[in-house]
Design a protein around this ligand. Structure first.
Ligand SMILES: N[C@@H](CCC(=O)N[C@@H](CS)C(=O)NCC(=O)O)C(=O)O
Length: 270
């Protein structure tokens, strides 16, 4: 059969496939009753729709808890930030010797199995520099004062994780906790630490604080490493600009040496 004939013989569209006219919304008795009720409420000035929040409604949990170890400089960075912000915070000592940081409960808070962890209400945040950024935003303190400062701070925080903590910080870890580390590895990290300190010294010769004329989270991220650099065999006095900056930092409200900052056991804020 030719195509044209086939088309002519095609069945007329069934009732089902016919284009439907939109059904009229018929107000049932119950809809009518509800409409009457809300009209009456509106006349009285009562709000329609969702109930207003009750005065007794639960306030969001704003509790801040830092989980960490007092010997850990990443933990100290967060403690320093909380102290400089004048925040109220609880502290939970993590027994790393007992492997508490690898327990299922801890891993549920921090999949990396490391300290520190910050709990704020129902939220958990890991990685010290990310925590600093979070707290800076939460408290509106120690952030960049404009966009270009914000990006400079981000650079320093990344550099810290890239070069500073892996140089100056790791040498302290080897000396204090992992003396069995191979000498070649120690030497590699020492060179890295020396180079990082030299770069920092050059920068601080041109700037009062890491970014601009007042402390930001970039200073807070670096300070604990400097305060304990001697434990890794570095002499901060050999870097005069870094030394002068560390003194300036110590003069800021809420700043203390890491060992005078973090409790050695659990503490609940008064
Ligand atoms: N980049 C991480 C490093 C954290 C870190 O290395 N924490 C150490 C203690 S200072 C830790 O938990 N080590 C145990 C592990 O890595 O398994 C941060 O800054 O938070």
């Amino acid at each position: 059969m030719a195509k044209a004939q086939k088309k002519a013989k095609a069945k007329p569209p069934s009732k089902k496939t016919k284009s439907r006219k939109p059904k009229k919304l018929v107000a049932t008795a119950s809809i009518k009753a509800a409409a009457k009720k809300s009209a009456a409420k509106a006349a009285k000035g009562a709000p329609i729709g969702k109930k207003p929040r009750q005065a007794s409604a639960k306030k969001a949990d704003d509790t801040i808890t830092l989980h960490g170890v007092f010997l850990s400089m990443p933990t100290a960075k967060v403690g320093l930030m909380l102290s400089m912000c004048g925040a109220k915070w609880n502290y939970r000592h993590v027994d790393m010797r007992a492997g508490q940081h690898k327990s299922p409960e801890f891993l549920a808070m921090n999949r990396f199995g490391q300290v520190p962890v910050l709990q704020h209400g129902s939220r958990s945040i890991a990685q010290s520099n990310a925590i600093l950024q979070y707290l800076a935003q939460h408290f509106g303190k120690f952030q960049g004062r404009n966009e270009s400062e914000t990006w400079r701070i981000a650079e320093w925080l990344s550099w810290d994780f890239d070069r500073f903590s892996t140089g100056v910080g790791l040498c302290r870890t080897f000396a204090k906790f992992q003396p069995q580390t191979p000498e070649e590895v120690k030497a590699f990290m020492r060179t890295r630490g020396d180079q990082a300190l030299a770069a920092l010294d050059r920068h601080l010769g041109t700037s009062k604080f890491m970014v601009g004329g007042a402390p930001t989270i970039a200073d807070i991220a670096i300070f604990p490493w400097i305060a304990t650099a001697d434990e890794g065999g570095f002499t901060v006095a050999n870097y005069p600009n870094v030394h002068a900056w560390a003194e300036r930092m110590l003069g800021q409200p809420g700043v203390a040496h890491p060992y005078n900052l973090l409790p050695k056991e659990d503490r609940v804020a008064a």
